[in-house]
Structures are given as C-alpha cells and as structure tokens.
Design a protein. Sequence first.
Length: 418
Amino acid sequence: MMSAEVKEAVASITTDITEDTFIQDSQIHENVFPSQELSNEQRSQTRIDSSQLNHQLEQCSQNHSLTDGMENSAAMSGQDITHPMASTSIGSIPATATQAACMTIPQRQSSDLSLLRMVPPLPQQYMSPASLPMIRPNPSYLPPGCLISPASINSNFGYNILPAHYFSQFHQKPCPLFPDNSSFTTESCSNGQSEMPFFGFAGTVWDSKSKKPCNCTKSQCLKLYCDCFANGDICSNCNCINCCNNVEHETDRFKAIKTCLDRNPEAFRPKIGNGKLGEIKGRHNKGCNCKRSGCLKNYCECYEAKIMCSSTCKCIGCKNYEGSPERKTVMTMGCYDDDTSSSLLKHNTPKARCKQNRCPLACITFDVIEATCACLLAQAEEAEKEGYSVYQAEQMILEEFGQCLTQIVQSTLKSGGL
DNA sequence: GAGTTTGAAACT
DNA sequence: CAGTTTCAAACTC
C-alpha cells in the first residue's frame, strides 16, 4: 500500500488534471518548457483576493504616507503588519531555477497554517460531487510564477492561485512604490509605462511583448473596460492616454483593483468556465446579454470564446446555439471554429492571440487523463516499493507528469493541432 | 483612418 | 435591481 503522503501527492496532481481538464497549450508549454512568463490563460485562471489587496493598500499607505485618508489599524495598534502569507507555510522547492527566481515562497512557520483552509483529502472513490474536499495544490505543481494564497473568508475556494506578479504586489516589503532603479530599463513608453514587470520583480517579464496594447482614453486604464487592467497586466507599449495602470501609479492601481473587487469579488476570475468534466468547451459564467449581434459577432463574449450561449445568457435573438443555421453558416465560412478566416487572426487582440495559442481541447481526452494518472500512480507505487521518501516520490511523480505533458504536446504538435 | 455599432462595465 | 450612461473594442465604409 502506498503511504498516505504519496497518495496525497498523486491526488494533488491528478486533481489538477481533472479539475482543470482543459489544459491550455500555454499551460502545457509552461510545464514542459518552464519560462519566466505567464500566459494570458494562466493569468486568467487566477483570482485576486480583496482582503489581500486591502492589506497591501494599508501597507502601501503606511510605508509611503500615501494613505489618502485610509487608516492603518495594524500600524496604529502596533501589530505586526506583515501579511499573513509572508509567513504562511506554503514553502516548496521550485521545480526549476527559473521558477525559483519567480517564486517568493516564504519560510515555513506552522503557526499560520490555519490560513489555508484545507480539508484532508478523502479517498476519491468515495467522494460525491457535493462532498469533494478542498485539496490544496502543492506549490511544486503550480505553473511557474504562480503562488498559493488563502482565499477570502466568503470565498467558496479554500485557496487562491495568484500569479507571481500579483503576489509580489501583495507581499513585497516595503511596498516598492518605486522599485530599485536596477529594476528598470532605460526604455519606457511615452506615457510613462514601464517595460518591466510591475514591481521589477526579479526574473519575471511576463508577457509584456505579447500583450496587445490598449487604447483607453478615459478610464485611465483603471477600470475593467481596459483589457490590460482586466487581465491583471500593467500597460506596456499601449496607446492609452492618461494611463495609471503602471508602476508610477501603483497606489491608484491597487485602489482600482480593490474597488473592482469590492464591487464584484469575482471581477478578475475567468469569465469562461471550463464546464463539466468531459465537455470540450465551457460556458460563460455570467452569460452574455447581446441584443443585436445575434451572438454571432465578437461583440458577444460567448461567441468570442468560441462557445455556445447557455441558459445563463440573457441574450435576445440568439443564434449561437446548437443546430442554429446561422451559426452553421458562420462556421462554414470559417468564422467560428476555424480561426483562419476569422477576425481573431486578422486582429492581434489579446483574446484573439489567446485563442490562436489555445490547445485544441480535444487533445485532453479522458483516455489521456486516465493514462496520465496511471503513469503517476505507477511512479508513486514504484517510489513506495523502493522505499523512497515522500519528497523523492513527489519528485518522481512530478517528473513523470512533465514527461506526460511533453508527450501530449509533442503528440498535439505532430497532429498539427497547435 | 474615421465613424458607427455593440455590449460589458460603471453609475444612478 | 432596473434603467441609463460610459467606455473601448469590434466592425463598417
């Protein structure tokens, strides 16, 4: 029998596979070829927690006297204002040196373990969908540059997975409103936008080159109208006017993020869910509200995401449904599933690129998942048989997982799917 | 490239 | 919560 620890390690990995069945190609690449950049997909699959932002705002305000009327109760009461996560036990050894550079994993302190609301995993064969325990992702298995943070109290999630750049925003001390000069390049946008990551985070240059420039004129890029802001990016090489979504306006940016989260705690969550296990495509979490486009233009978020409208949509005159002749026509014209003639390729939008880069979801079939899980279990059993430590077992399993992903990617590449 | 259309986000 | 306004992207010409 395998030890409970090894089983848990396997469960952690396999849960990642099955919960997020529709692995994007960018994620695969990140796992197989770890890089310093976070893809849009990865970024979109993260959440920001308002309580963390509150705390960071307080820290910023205290450290830089930019309180704008905000009180820092922690400072007033003489409490240690170090963010709880700074001492939370999520320590892990990054899989790669790059990952190590990206991850600011704090040191282990057991006293704050309670911050991670975890329920011990149960044997999966006895789980009912309603009683699935929350399994904390092992940081070793997170995509490069991602970190775990505790979820807000009211959240349905026991944890959040944050991109490192968000994490760095929350936890760098003191709040680096103006990072080291060494963090900056000499180049910068005409409107003060930095080429570098928000905090000049060592070794992380996330997607500043692939990101599509926005053209905001009135929102200061601090509202969800701005794609950069909505994606959690700072503006870089954008054409925006009066941009505040940059290093120079860090406090404003935090306030804006907090405002968005206050208004909608899920504002930064992906709009398109993965759907039920086994489905190829997900559904729009909120649903669209189209009235005139028939949901067959990119105005429609469902259509843009290449998914059909669902019962959650409140659209009028929807033609984006299974069996719709108009939809078939559009598809025949190659404007829906076949991006080659769609505006998705004509326009270099972030979403369009995102779709261009997206792995054909069909490549992640149940068979593939099952085979992958079998490989991981075999590794776990092998490790147990050889009497390896849990750490060694985890390493073996992780390496096996990487090999599986490599094979998936290679197989997909061979089939022309990417 | 300018103008129009569209629907999400923000506001009242 | 519903109606209105604002906004930036998508689209058309």
